[in-house]
Design a protein. Sequence first.
Length: 291
Amino acid sequence: MSIDILNRDTTPEVSRPAAAVAPKEGDVLGRIGNLETRLARTAREIDAAQHVRYRVFVQEMQAQLPPEAMRRERDFDAYDAFCDHLLVLDRSIEGDSEDQIVGTYRLLRQDVAMVNGGFYSASEFAIDELLARHPDKRFMELGRSCVLPEYRTKRTVELLWQGNWAYALKHGMSAMFGCASFPGVHPESHALALSFLHHTVLAKGEWAVGALPGQARSMDLMPKEAVNPKKALMALPPLIKGYLRLGAMVGSTAVVDHAFNTTDVLIVLPIASISDRYLNYYGADAGRFAS
């Protein structure tokens, strides 16, 4: 989850300030009990989501953000101005909507990315090569996923995916991708899990993608016969495990992100690859989850 985007030549220009965010018709994408997922409607909600990100990435995961972000206790960058922000809100919490945000995802469609400097993941992975092989497809980037500790339940993750799925269908997306992270900056400490990903769900052929030269770290850290699949699955972060259940593939190499104190892998998920079980559960009609 590299935050060094402001020093890259491809740094996006902020096409509109965050305050320009407006309510969007049909932006509620799902509900389970007291939890609701929808897009952020106001700049204040985006600001609150950035504070949730700060709590998880900095206070919990020990990320080192730029001084202004640390001072404001907000994880923010130039991409926030033109991405959509998926929220999970706990409606049982008293107060305004900003006080109810317990989880968030940042969504970036290809058409928006291309007029604003490209995708965030391109600072670590060879995204342009992947896009060039699929000129007929529309990609969507998932990023900055985080959920407050007390809400890290199957229900919350399910609701986030419900929102992602409905959003992707509503906008006619062909594939999703994004960075997913292991804690810490030593890939070797995740040798079992990384090797399992390398040997079992490696993106190949037209979907193959690796880290940028100079950043690539091997995921092939153990021979296939030495990998215990059951133990490897238990060692995977819940988010990555959720991606795999949907039929996701993983890029060939990882990236160490010292700023965020993580080891990142690239998840690639063609819509057509989502398993029938989940497709049937979430439904082929995005409107099913719109209020």
